[in-house]
Design a binder for this molecule. Structure first.
Ligand SMILES: Cc1ncc(COP(=O)(O)O)c(C=O)c1O
Length: 409
């Protein structure tokens, strides 16, 4: 039986796997520039801005923040309940991350908390559309305009299409996109920064020019990732999937999503990396299919929203994950794991994710963002990714409704 999961190559269908295999077998094409330019044009046309492409979303964010030329002590307001790579990028760009609490229903930065966090040193607010739930960009825009602060939309978890959602990708002065392994769309790794200000665009273009090519062996490992997981998934039904993945990680065939250095508040390297043609080819194809991918997510979200009707999330959103909050999240995940349902996505049991991040190193004081801390403890998120079937979603709902605490939702 195939596992229900968040992180086992969630985008990798058979077609995806075959197209990666084709790329893998033509190493002489890995660093050409054609797909990179094609992707740049497609993003620029759809999101109306100047686009810089990098090997990951975190590199794109760092490049964007460097392009702002933050002076020492400049503050960037980010939300608590975020990924450690966000404060890491702020610190690496010379800034100080200032944490604002979230709204428990939207899991997004609370505009009132942003107002309280603003000082004369604040240069930017990063709003993260957590799991694809739209942040309150209208209010944030007003606050930023009043204080002459930049608004950056972190769209790592959602990329809008023709059907919306509204308010994402249109309100910020800049946006960051991720094409990481379990993101809205995926080229295994990759990211973009989109800006609508000529001076920042020119500084950002310089950052991209200075970026180096990814080493061939690192790129090869990324290209092997879909193949490794395609093999691993059926093994989970036989109880040996985990052992196979542990082995692949031990021989360094699977690069970690967040490195130990990153968990300790560092960036993996101060030198940014370009998006290689090999990954841009996959990203271009995913970009073209994003409405289809989003529609699949919308269908699954509609099922979850009907089953758990007291969750404050609109039914027609293409969420990257569907959030439930329960006091029993840890036990539920543990029980379901025995049934080949793996709901640990790295965003559970932590306020700055993943678990075991050095909060000291990123200047987060545990307990200072009450809602974010609570959400980190109570979150149980449900997958909506392209390889999660409607049948699996129905099975997951049935399994969850066996738990008394979720039955009434
Ligand atoms: C909110 C958020 N922003 C940015 C990033 C960076 O994306 P990437 O994994 O492509 O570096 C992540 C990924 O972990 C994220 O969760």
């Amino acid at each position: 039986m195939y596992p229900i999961h968040h992180t086992f190559a969630p985008h990798v269908t058979l077609r995806y796997c075959l197209s990666v295999l084709c790329i893998l077998l033509q190493p002489w094409t890995w660093y050409r520039e054609t797909s990179v330019e094609q992707l740049r044009l497609a993003i620029a046309k759809d999101l109306r801005g100047d686009v810089a492409l990098f090997s990951s979303g975190r590199d794109a964010l760092l490049a964007l923040l460097r392009a702002l030329e933050l002076t020492s002590g400049a503050e960037v307001i980010i939300q608590a309940y975020t990924c450690v790579v966000v404060p890491n990028a702020v610190q690496a760009a010379n800034g100080s991350p200032i944490y604002a609490d979230i709204n428990r229903n939207s899991l997004n930065i609370d505009p009132e908390a942003v107002k309280r966090a603003i000082t004369h040193r604040t240069r930017a607010v990063i709003c993260q559309h957590t799991f694809g739930i739209p942040a309150d960009t209208t209010t944030l825009r007003k606050i930023c305009d009043e204080h002459n602060i930049l608004l950056i939309e972190d769209c790592a978890h959602i990329i809008p299409d023709r059907k919306g959602p509204e308010g994402i990708g249109t309100v910020g002065d800049a946006m960051v996109l991720s094409f990481g392994r379990d993101k809205a769309i995926s080229s295994i790794s990759g990211g973009a920064a989109v800006v609508r200000d000529a001076a920042i665009a020119s500084a950002l273009a310089k950052e991209e020019e200075l970026a180096i090519n990814m080493k061939w062996y690192h790129l090869a490992k990324l290209l092997f990732y879909p193949l490794i997981y395609t093999k691993a998934k059926p093994l989970f039904g036989m109880g040996i999937g985990k052992a196979y993945l542990v082995l692949c990680k031990a021989i360094h065939m699977i690069p970690p999503v967040v490195t130990s250095a990153e968990k300790a508040g560092q960036i993996s390297s101060p030198v940014l990396q370009k998006l290689p043609h090999a990954l841009a080819t996959i990203a271009s194809s995913q970009w073209a299919q994003r409405e289809q991918i989003n529609d699949h997510r919308r269908n699954i979200v509609a099922l979850y929203a009907e089953a758990f009707s007291d969750v404050h999330v609109s039914k027609d959103l293409p969420l990257q994950k569907f959030p439930l909050l329960t006091q029993h999240a840890v036990e539920i995940r543990k029980t379901l794991k025995k049934k080949n349902i793996h709901l640990d996505d790295g965003w559970a049991g932590c306020t700055i994710c993943p678990r075991n991040v050095s909060t000291d190193a990123i200047n987060y004081i545990p307990g200072s963002a009450t809602q974010a801390d609570r959400v980190g403890k109570q979150i149980l998120s449900l997958p909506t990714h392209p390889t999660m079937t409607l049948k699996q979603a129905k099975r997951l709902i049935a399994e969850l409704q066996r738990f008394p605490s979720l039955k009434q939702q």
